[in-house]
Design a binder for this molecule. Structure first.
Ligand code: ADP
Ligand code: MG
Length: 291
């Protein structure tokens, strides 16, 4: 499903003195098959935008098409949309509620796929838990509240992927995880992307994460898309990003320092490629350059 937003606007508490205009005309197209990143300073409208994609926030201005779903249409089948577009909120573990992990994860299934038999439901829950790296038999009967923070987040993600949405949106999924947890999370997203999950949209504060994982990204600023393109092209514009209060990935910073010294490294912004290029340069230039 392709996602096409045009002139999307949204104001919280529009009719009150506390009105806050969160989106000021977002134009953005995300193609089917992308692993798309959304970056931006706090308050730039990222969460408000992504919550429109499965109609958690109803469209009030502009147009939004998600596959065949026209979100401006009052008769749009939201249940059908939400079955195909899954949303993992920021800190999703705070929304766990059931007595057991199994009951929590199967909640979405019961909601969206009422026709499933008990056996099919159990096997879908098992598959979702295994996908997020948890052992079904050992966690199914546990209270989600007994688990570690990282495990809770996995359970919450399992509760969304259990219906196998073809578009999966995650709002800061790695926030608060340790480096290993972040790495594992990204591996998990890549593992499901390209299988039943065709499109992944991930909101992130971590520029390295965007640089290393995304096909394209959009930079939000003050409720609009300020830049959109391949990470390598976005992160070349370090000065503009700095003005928006945003950093660039470590690889881009290194490339810049090298460029300032007359060493031109073109990098596609994964650490591995970058290291390989620097090593090749060093070998070409002899040992002196390594010092
Ligand atoms: P981001 O996810 O980029 O941090 P948000 O979409 O959460 O940005 O917020 C965009 C703007 O909307 C901010 O100014 C924020 O204060 C405001 N906002 C967000 N959520 C609410 C809300 N529930 N009620 C009122 N204002 C909100
Ligand atoms: Mg947010």
């Amino acid at each position: 499903m392709q996602i096409v937003a045009k002139g999307l606007t949204y104001t919280y508490d529009a009719k009150s003195p506390f009105a806050a205009q969160a989106l000021r005309g977002v134009d953005l197209t995300i193609d089917e098959g992308e692993f798309f990143g959304i970056i931006g300073h706090t308050g730039s409208g990222k969460s408000t935008f992504v919550q429109h994609l499965n109609a958690l926030i109803r469209l009030t201005g502009g147009s939004l098409q998600v596959g065949e779903f026209d979100l401006a249409d009052k008769k749009c089948d939201l249940r059908a949309l939400r079955r195909r577009v899954g949303m993992v909120f920021q800190y999703p573990e705070y929304q766990l509620f059931a007595e057991t992990v199994e009951k929590d994860v199967e909640f979405g299934l019961k909601n969206f796929q009422k026709e499933l038999s008990d056996a099919d439901r159990a096997s879908a829950v098992a598959e979702a838990l295994e996908t997020v790296g948890l052992d079904y038999e050992s966690v199914r009967g546990q209270s989600p509240f007994e688990l570690s923070g990282g495990q809770k987040r996995r359970v919450a993600i399992a509760g969304v992927i259990v219906t196998k949405p073809e578009v999966l949106i995650l709002d800061e999924p790695a926030a608060g995880l340790d480096p290993l947890g972040k790495k594992e999370l990204m591996e998990l997203l890549h593992a499901i992307h390209g299988g039943w999950c065709k499109t992944v949209v991930v909101v992130s504060h971590d520029m390295d994460e965007i640089a290393e994982n995304c096909t394209r990204a959009a930079v939000f600023e003050k409720g609009k898309v300020a830049m959109c393109g391949a990470p390598a092209d976005i992160f070349r514009r370090a000065d503009e990003l700095a003005e928006m209060g945003l950093d660039v990935p470590v690889t881009a910073r290194c490339a810049r320092i090298l460029r300032e010294r007359g060493i031109d490294v073109d990098t596609n912004f994964t650490c591995d490629d970058f290291a390989r290029k620097v090593i090749a340069l060093w070998e070409k230039g002899g040992e002196g350059r390594a010092q």
